[in-house]
Design a protein around this ligand. Structure first.
Ligand code: PLP
Length: 394
């Protein structure tokens, strides 16, 4: 009998992957499934990015790279952030990692241990809580509320800070709600954090290109007063439709950089070389494919929101960012949003995720990703409408 460490009893999962697996099984049995469950763009990586990776392989980029990533890529990240946000970033503080999740992993490992408290958004990306629990730290949920447009409240967040708080995780634009926190609220949070110099901040900005209705993304990098305790998470997965490439980056405070570099040497050595060259092409090449994708998401967002609001018992606030809708389904009579999500998959052939998979404050909601064609989204909405009309709530 093998005995593994207890920390692995406390590790969670991302139910989107389980729903994807189930949807694949059902599709394999010949069922017609429309997948609005998974959070990845349904676009191909732009051709010039793919070509850069092919060229790198042909040029012999087959070996290890520096564990923090190749310098030209780190410089490209710094330039990109400067271009888009006017912020100065030292390429020496940029870390290239295999995907957005890895920054989360490193940040939570750095601060998580029994006795430590880590604040995270609820509903929020499920890996935050899972990793916090894995480290033995105490997860402290910051409720994300529909009545605030799914923005976080600075006041509520600051009130949850204690002397044991080590790390605060924030995410805007947000998964699963599509919420975008306004600049005024972020200003307030940063101001309040001055009274809590023992708290590090991890800002997950992986959806920073996906903002609609004239909103501007407000990066936490724009606040010099917290740069010495800010960890910025971002990456290529969503912006450049590169989820399978596993390419992300983070910006670290000087005091933490070397610790994370050592973690990378121990755990993943480096991101594969050709992918890093693709990353340069993505940042330095034409940005039109990104603009086109965002505009297509915007068009679908309107179809989803209008369609959901026409369903019996469903009301959907208009998400201002990311590519998710998080409708309130409590009026459908279904007591459990997870049961509703499961019935929608099994009986209506529409894969969505139950809100509670993103935290207890997600009860009463489901998440739809609109990373699917407008036609499929329309069919899915029709199926949901027919299902809700015929099926008694459970
Ligand atoms: N952060 C958020 C909020 C996400 O939604 C995701 C992916 O869905 C990630 C990070 C992870 O991105 P990656 O696939 O690059 O690891």
């Amino acid at each position: 009998m093998l005995t593994t460490v207890a920390a692995f009893d406390r590790i969670g999962e991302e139910n989107a992957f389980a729903v994807l697996a189930r949807a694949t099984v059902l599709a394999g049995q010949g069922k017609d499934i429309i997948n609005l469950g998974i959070g990845q763009p349904d676009f191909r990586t732009p051709e010039h990015i793919v070509e850069a990776a092919v060229k790198a392989l042909q040029d012999g980029q087959h070996g290890y790279t520096p564990s923090v990533g190749i310098l030209p890529l780190r410089e490209a990240v710094a330039r990109d952030l400067n271009r888009r946000y006017g912020v100065e970033v030292d390429p020496g503080l940029v870390m290239i990692v295999p995907g957005g999740k890895v920054t989360m992993y490193a940040a939570i490992r750095l601060f998580g241990e029994p006795g430590a408290e880590i604040l995270y958004p609820d509903p929020g990306f499920p890996i935050y809580r899972s990793m916090i629990e894995h480290t033995g730290a105490t997860p402290v949920a910051v409720p994300i509320r529909e009545e605030n447009g799914f923005a976080f409240s600075a006041e509520e967040t600051l009130a949850l800070i204690t002397p044991a708080t080590r790390l605060l995780i924030i995410n805007s634009p947000a998964n699963p709600t599509g919420g975008v926190t306004p600049k005024a609220e972020i200003d307030k949070l940063v101001k309040g954090l001055a009274a809590h110099p023992h708290v590090a901040i991890m800002s997950d900005e992986i959806y920073d290109h996906f903002v609609f209705d004239g909103e501007q993304h407000q990066t936490l990098l724009a606040y010099p007063e917290i740069r010495d305790r800010l960890i910025l998470l971002n990456g290529w997965s969503k912006t450049y439709a590169m989820t399978g490439w596993r390419l992300g980056y983070s910006i670290w405070p000087q005091a933490l950089y070397d610790q994370v570099r050592k973690l990378s040497v121990n755990a993943w050595s480096c991101v594969n070389a050709a992918t890093q060259y693709a990353g340069i092409a993505a940042l330095e090449g034409p940005q039109q494919p990104v603009a086109d994708m965002v505009s297509e998401f915007n068009a679908r967002r309107r179809i989803v929101v209008d369609g959901l609001n026409a369903l019996p018992g469903v009301s959907c606030a208009t998400p201002k960012g990311a590519f998710y809708a998080f409708p309130n389904v409590s009026g459908t009579g279904w007591r459990s949003a997870k049961a509703l999500a499961s019935a929608l998959l099994e009986e209506a052939g529409v894969a969505v995720i139950g809100g509670p998979d993103f935290g207890i404050h997600g009860e009463g909601y489901i998440r739809l990703s609109y990373a699917n064609s407008a036609d499929n989204i329309r069919i899915a909405l029709d199926r949901m409408g027919a299902f809700l009309a015929r099926r008694d709530a459970a």
